[in-house]
Write a protein that binds this ligand. Structure first.
Ligand SMILES: [Zn+2]
Length: 183
């Protein structure tokens, strides 16, 4: 995100950006969420921070109006959206993945969804989906006799080479080794 985009968000009190960054005002020593309704500061007095810790470390105090210091679980306008996204993903992780479709369903842009997800969960949507797929694969390898190519398909991975690569990255074993070990 460019600082120009951040500045636009701040000057329009856009809650779309809450949780993605914070801004601090040098002259007052206070930091806010983008959506804060406090008077918009002068651009030259504004600093941007990716997280609360950095703002605090630089000596800024949380604003009493927008309370950027409050726990994200008690105040987070985008939380519901991101949880709905997660729910859709969990229900369809083994089908071909289409982030645009999910974003459209939630009424936000593709990029915005990607950014929020990363911000909340510290990983991309693709990484999250691969994790779900590999979990399902390990479950099938442990509890069924299904052939390995079929396991990959059931877990939602069409390409066998991708399947082997992701599986090994996650478990340190090949699917065959994993199955032998867990039996
Ligand atoms: Zn504020």
């Amino acid at each position: 995100m460019t600082s120009e985009e951040k500045w636009k968000a701040v000057s329009s009190c856009n809650n779309y950006y809450d949780g993605l960054f914070y801004y601090a005002v040098i002259t007052t020593g206070i930091f806010c969420r983008p959506s804060c309704k406090a008077k918009t500061p002068l651009k030259k007095n504004t600093l941007f921070f990716d997280n609360i810790e950095d703002a605090l470390k630089d000596g800024f105090r949380p604003c009493k109006m927008c309370r950027p210091d409050l726990n994200e679980t008690t105040y987070e306008p985008n939380k519901e959206l991101i949880e709905r996204a997660k729910e859709i993903i969990i229900n369809s992780y083994n089908k071909p993945f289409n982030r645009k479709k999910i974003a459209h369903k939630l009424g936000v842009s593709n990029n915005h969804l990607a950014r929020l997800f990363k911000n909340y969960y510290g990983m991309t949507i693709s990484e999250y989906i691969i994790g779900l797929r590999m979990e399902e694969a390990t479950r099938l390898l442990t509890h069924t006799d299904i052939e390995i190519p079929e396991v990959a398909l059931k877990a939602g991975v069409k390409s066998m080479s991708n399947f082997y690569k992701s599986f090994k990255e996650r478990t340190g074993l090949t699917p065959k080794e994993y199955r032998m070990k867990s039996q």
